[in-house]
Design a protein around this ligand. Structure first.
Ligand code: NAP
Ligand code: MG
Length: 499
């Protein structure tokens, strides 16, 4: 951590977090794992151990689910009014905002992302999500429904009730923000939660647990159990007393979650991988498009499920756009997240470093060429140079599979039909970008893309009010907006004769 800490003074709570073994939150108490085991979380800028964390496993998941069940069935949460619930969620948002610098430092140290980005994106995005969802707590309504059964008069209405105890499994790319995408709507709907953060980045969820207590959210309503996916995560997904599991991560693990959920047919929502096309027509405003396309792939080091990782450019503009994006890539300053000069930090782990460089090698073997980057950066930490690959085609692994690193493939297209065939030609369907001044063409293309989000002349615009999720193997269900409330509620129809 030596290089990183020189750049910025660590907040006291951050120093505390990286100097003591972190416990897990179960039923309002900070406890060790039942096994007594801990696991390390690393600083990806140096590869050194950052902190030791209690390693949750099946028994801890059992304890946490029992606490969530008690809080849901008989605890204060189910007795609270929607207005009180909303007020506590809002209070949590205020507390997170007050501790912005601290959360930004934790994210930067544990995940590797630039502190400057965590301050303006991850933490404010988290605060906004909790505030937006706090507002929904008082607005979850059913309908009154005119029915005609047997020609009689009935009063029929629906209630939207919380689905119950929810298991939430989240990834490492936006550790705090992903916790808010999951916890915000679950709490607004009145559910109780067991949250399992990613093994690579457990720290911000644990600090969030402390603020959940400080906000006055009752014991057992939110339990945070760090641990490994194959043990703690799998136990949560399979648990017979969990009513719903919400997962964000790889499509591969998403399929395991579906299988694990089959035992008690718990509800499942999935936000999975992507291989999103970013499409540039020759009439696009290139001075705005080139940096836009560059940030669509390189933001968060390409570790975004919606990263614009397949660049398609209309033939006549291909060379110019590739040259422009390559020039942008070569300007990006790599360094430790805490250094204010850093624009791109390390990948999150050694495993990701190997995965991404493995994809680069596979691409080169199949004939791809890098116009910029193409390898690891330095020999300490998990840095990969921002990379643009040309000489690529639809059949290549680097074009079909999610790399989850700062690597974009570039392919020319002839016309709209050729483009749509290529753009829709992966198993994924999460997002897409379209860059053109022809607004009719933009809408035509948007309607033909099999993707849950289409950004036109922009990219990576997120808002708590705007639903997000995937077509095809990119997931089930939509997070954010009022759509997400469907994932955390059951509909009950009530009917009585009134004549
Ligand atoms: P992952 O394995 O899918 O991890 C996501 C979450 O699922 C983590 O909390 C993980 O725990 C947990 N998990 C793993 N195996 C599990 C199982 N059998 N049952 C229940 N939970 C389980 O993702 P990863 O290995 O960290 O990254 C691999 C690839 O996934 C990336 O390269 C990228 O392609 C994709 N990914 C996508 C997103 C996204 O936002 N859609 C986010 C992250 C990664 P552990 O942390 O202990 O593994
Ligand atoms: Mg870490």
């Amino acid at each position: 951590m030596a290089t990183a800490t020189q750049a910025v003074r660590l907040e006291d709570n951050v120093t505390r977090f990286v100097s003591q073994t972190r416990k897990m939150l179960i039923n309002g108490k900070w406890v060790e794992a039942a096994s007594g085991k801990t696991f390390p979380t690393y600083n990806p800028a140096t590869g050194e151990i950052l902190a030791q964390v209690a390693e949750g496993d099946r028994e801890d998941i059992n304890r946490a689910v029992a606490a969530a069940r008690a809080a849901f069935e008989s605890g204060p949460w189910s007795k609270m009014t929607p207005s009180e619930r909303g007020r506590l969620i809002w209070k949590l948002a205020d507390l997170i905002e007050k501790h912005t610098e601290e959360f930004a430092q934790i994210e930067s140290l544990d995940n590797g992302k630039p502190l400057t980005i965590a301050r303006i994106a991850d933490v404010p995005g988290t605060v906004d999500m909790f505030r937006y969802m706090a507002g929904w707590a008082t607005k979850i309504e059913g309908n009154t429904i005119p029915i005609s059964a047997f020609g009689a008069k009935y009063l029929a209405y629906t209630l939207r009730e919380p689905v119950g105890v929810v298991g939430q499994i989240i990834p490492w790319n936006f550790p705090l923000m992903m916790a808010s995408w999951k916890l915000g709507p679950a709490l607004a709907a009145g559910c109780c939660v067991v949250l399992k953060p990613a093994e690579q980045t457990p720290l911000s969820a644990l600090r969030l647990g402390e603020l959940i207590q400080e906000a006055g959210i009752p014991d057992g309503v939110v339990n945070v159990v760090p641990g490994y996916g194959e043990t703690a995560g799998a136990a949560l997904a399979a648990h017979p007393d969990v009513d719903k599991v919400a997962f964000t991560g790889s499509t591969e693990v998403g399929k395991l979650i579906v299988q694990a959920a089959a035992g008690n047919l718990k509800k499942v929502s999935l936000e999975l991988g992507g291989k999103s096309p970013d499409i540039v027509f020759q009439d696009a405003d290139l001075p705005a498009t080139v940096p836009g396309v560059s940030s669509a792939i390189f933001f968060n080091h390409g570790q975004c499920c919606c990263a614009g990782s397949r660049l398609y450019v209309e033939e006549k503009a291909f060379d110019k756009v590739v040259e422009g994006v390559s020039a942008e890539a070569s300007k990006i300053h790599l360094g430790p997240g805490l250094d204010p000069a850093t624009e791109m930090g390390p990948l999150v782990s050694e495993e990701q470093l190997k995965r991404v460089t493995g994809y680069l090698e596979a691409g080169f073997k199949e004939g791809a060429k890098a116009t910029v980057g193409g390898s690891r950066h330095g020999d300490k930490g998990y840095f990969v140079k921002p990379t643009v690959l040309v000489n690529t085609n639809q059949k290549m692994k680097v074009v079909q599979e999610e790399i989850f690193g700062p690597v974009v493939t570039a392919i020319p297209f002839r016309d709209v039909d050729d483009l749509i065939a290529k753009a829709n030609n992966t198993v994924y369907g999460l997002a897409a970008g379209v860059w053109t001044k022809d607004i009719t063409k933009a809408h035509q293309v948007a309607s033909k893309l099999r993707a849950g989000t289409v950004w036109i002349n922009t990219y990576n615009i997120f808002d708590p009010a705007l639903p997000f999720g995937g077509y095809k193997q990119s997931g089930w269900g939509r997070e954010m907006g009022h759509e997400v409330l469907e994932l955390y509620t059951e509909v009950k129809s009530v009917c009585l004769p009134i004549s």
